[in-house]
Design a binder for this molecule. Structure first.
Ligand SMILES: *Cc1c(COP(=O)(O)O)cnc(C)c1O
Length: 306
């Protein structure tokens, strides 16, 4: 099934002569939404082929990746262990309650231990306690994840000039750059403050996967709203208006910031008239319940989050 491409109609777009459509990757898989399914697909295949039984990974307490790995474990018959940054807080937040509901076992790491998550000796140590483990890095980014994300572009049949996507670890952006193979222009919007570090990360991932360096992509680092998982009233108002106008729920950590940035750039005449823009909706709506709880937000209500 091709991914739905939803054109937006908005007075600003008409006024500037720019076309914008949202690629609904968030609807790709019913339980493993958006880019997390793209990133897991070939890893799950490799785990199966390698006779592995336990998915082991790392993440924060509200992580979309943790929720996705838990759901994937349940769906594809793996056990799953999630190493969570920080101390256990009870009752579990909605993300971790969902993860344990899928059968994932949670283990908590102090912030100093969590910093060792990429250390191979530390990894070897924790893997000893997992039967036939398959290790997925935090955020799920590795070369098989990049491979999965190339399909966001290669399966896209509609014509486009520029693709916009949110970035955390940059794995999805790297996959899109690799999949585009020099065609069009790709713009990544880092969700973290100091997102410039992604320039090297993405270049290395693309180089490792394709053996090539592409220059048809860039980062827009000015739309982090104070940092990862931070927000301003202006961002929340944008997400709410966007939902009312287009019936698309963005998430507050990644896609809301990216689309805010896209509209801001359109307002600044960043895109030439006639540009056909596609914004990739990478999902992340599972995070709303915990986010709204944590910040005491009245919107989105439970019937919107579903
Ligand atoms: C994880 C995630 C991202 C970031 O993907 P990376 O490959 O780490 O850059 C973007 N959007 C959403 C909704 C996510 O959950």
């Amino acid at each position: 099934m091709p991914v739905l491409l939803q054109p937006l109609s908005d007075p600003l777009l008409t006024h500037k002569g720019v076309e914008l459509a949202v690629l609904r990757e968030d609807l790709l898989h019913p339980r493993i939404p958006g880019n997390k399914w793209r990133k897991l697909k070939y890893n799950l295949q490799a785990a199966q082929e390698g006779g592995c039984e336990t998915l082991v990974t790392f993440g924060g307490a509200f992580s979309n990746h943790i929720a996705a790995v838990a759901a994937a474990g349940k769906e594809f018959g793996f056990s799953a262990i999630g190493y969570i940054r920080g101390e256990e807080t009870l009752p579990l937040n909605p993300t971790l309650a969902f993860a344990t509901g899928c059968g994932m076992q949670l283990r908590y790491l102090s912030r100093s231990d969590y910093r060792l998550r990429q250390d191979t000796r530390f990894q070897a140590e924790i893997l000893k306690s997992a039967p036939k483990p398959y290790l997925l890095p935090e955020g799920g980014t590795n070369l098989l994840a990049v491979k999965g994300c190339t399909e966001i572009v290669t399966e896209l049949t509609a014509p486009w000039d520029m693709l916009c996507v949110a970035a955390g670890t940059g794995g999805t952006l790297a996959g899109i750059v690799a999949g585009a193979a020099g065609k069009g222009k790709i713009i990544g919007f880092p969700a973290l403050k100091g997102g410039e570090f992604l320039r090297d990360e993405v270049t290395e991932l693309v180089q490792a996967y394709t053996g090539r360096t592409y220059h048809n992509w860039e980062l827009q680092t000015g739309y982090h709203f104070g940092g990862y998982a931070k927000h301003t009233p202006e961002l929340l108002a944008f997400i709410q208006t966007f939902h009312q106008r287009h019936d698309i729920l963005l998430d507050p950590v990644y896609t809301g910031k990216m689309l805010f940035g896209v509209f801001d750039l359109i307002r600044q005449d960043y895109f030439p008239g006639g540009t056909r823009l596609i914004a990739v909706h990478t999902g992340g709506q599972q995070g709303w319940a915990g986010y709204a709880q944590r910040y005491g937000l009245a919107w989105p209500t439970a019937d919107i989050i579903k």
